[in-house]
Design a protein around this ligand. Structure first.
Ligand code: FAD
Ligand code: NDP
Length: 314
């Protein structure tokens, strides 16, 4: 097992990890960054690699594709001397300093660590949901929506947040009709995203509704949906179902070594990125269930480095 020493080790590959890397590398701290290899089923680059246009990241007035934005972030990290390993961290030892961060092939011994492993899409489990997973059921419309099985067919999205609105709109490019199945009678999505969905003639919303069963033959052909107000169960003929019901923080590999909240997010000292272990910082969605945006993730990535500079008496 190869062992490498560093002053700063960054775990993750989204906007938080790369911003931390850019700041640390420009300060000549020669950071090491583990970007993961399909960690939690997401490509290096994180959640933005699963989306199309990013329209709210400053500096791109025409918008930028999520994958391209993350390629640019990675290039910027490399430009200033970050060492990037395409490996997933599966073990950490934060019990004493220097900290140890381990992958299948190497251990990094680090004075400080930034945990920026983000979050992953949640899945629902009901009768048939596992049987038709990847056979009509997906958690990423942008990744899977263009597949031939969805073309010109009715499709459904579950959720009421920005992801559900974005996915439903995106799917109207391919499907004949898109149903949004939402468990309440209002969306939590931002007004602009809601309006885009609600004014799209190919989208119909099934309010106060929950999915109870998925059925089909070789692939999904329909859903049983219960209206929670009338208790009526209806049959919805769809060839595709996309979960857009939020995310789970990627913290299992920490194995209890940092304090987490009840939903598994890393707890940080209010207003800082300091975790329960001195010298270990958390940035981005792994510690933020409120804002969860590329720009806020990037902000906490940079903030981690300012605290690291103080910590290392740099
Ligand atoms: P993430 O992007 O979550 O990336 C972390 C990555 O680290 C993981 O994906 C994985 O590759 C890697 N990793 C995980 N575990 C390990 C490990 N153990 N070892 C090594 N590497 C690991 N925000 C916006 O501002 N604008 C938008 O338009 C927008 N659109 C979105 C569209 C979709 C479909 C989704 C799902 C989200 C969108 N968001 C958008 C939110 C935005 O993507 C996130 O807030 C942001 O990506 C969070 O960044 P992060 O740095 O915390 O990490
Ligand atoms: P959210 O947590 O915002 O929304 C999740 C939705 O799924 C909610 O409507 C919730 O319902 C519903 N839900 C959760 N659990 C269940 C369940 N068990 N059964 C049925 N429905 C369920 O997640 P998003 O992924 O939409 O957004 C995450 C972050 O990413 C947000 O900050 C968002 O702004 C950002 N984002 C931004 C985009 C943009 O700006 N273009 C695009 C996509 C995401 P309920 O409302 O009842 O709780």
């Amino acid at each position: 097992m190869e062992e490498i020493k560093t002053r700063v080790c960054i775990i993750g590959s989204g906007p938080a990890a790369h911003t931390a890397a850019i700041y640390a590398a420009r300060a000549e701290l020669k950071p090491i960054l583990f970007e993961g290899w399909m960690a939690n089923d997401i490509a290096p680059g994180g959640q933005l690699t699963t989306t199309t246009d990013v329209e709210n990241f400053p500096g791109f007035p025409e918008g930028i594709m999520g994958g391209e934005l993350m390629d640019r972030c990675r290039s910027q990290s490399l430009r200033f001397g970050t060492q990037v390993f395409t490996e997933t961290v599966n073990k950490v030892d934060f019990s004493s300093t220097p900290f140890k961060i381990t992958t299948d092939s190497k251990t990094v011994v680090a004075d400080t660590v930034v945990v920026a492993t983000g979050a992953v899409a949640k899945r629902l489990h009901f009768s048939g949901s596992d049987t038709f997973w990847n056979r009509g059921i997906s958690a990423c419309a942008v990744c899977d929506g263009a597949a031939p099985i969805f073309r010109n067919k009715p499709l459904a999205v579950i959720g009421g947040g920005d992801s559900a609105m974005e996915e439903a709109n995106f799917l109207t490019k391919y499907g004949s009709k898109v149903y949004i199945i939402h468990r309440r009678d209002t969306f939590r999505a931002s007004k602009i995203m809601q309006n885009r969905a609600l004014t799209n003639p190919k989208i119909e919303v099934l309010w106060n509704s929950v999915t109870e069963e998925a059925y089909g033959e070789r692939s999904l052909t329909g859903l049983k949906v219960r209206n929670m107000v009338t208790d009526e169960v209806s049959d919805l003929k769809v060839s595709g179902l996309f979960f857009a019901i939020g995310h789970e923080p990627a913290t299992k590999f920490l194995d209890g070594q940092l304090e987490l909240d009840s939903d598994g997010y890393v707890l940080t000292k209010p207003g800082t990125t300091q975790t329960s272990v001195r010298g270990v910082f958390a940035a981005g969605d792994v510690q933020d269930k409120k804002y969860r945006q590329a720009i806020t993730a990037a902000g906490t990535g940079s903030f981690s480095c300012f605290v690291i500079f103080v910590h290392l008496q740099f």
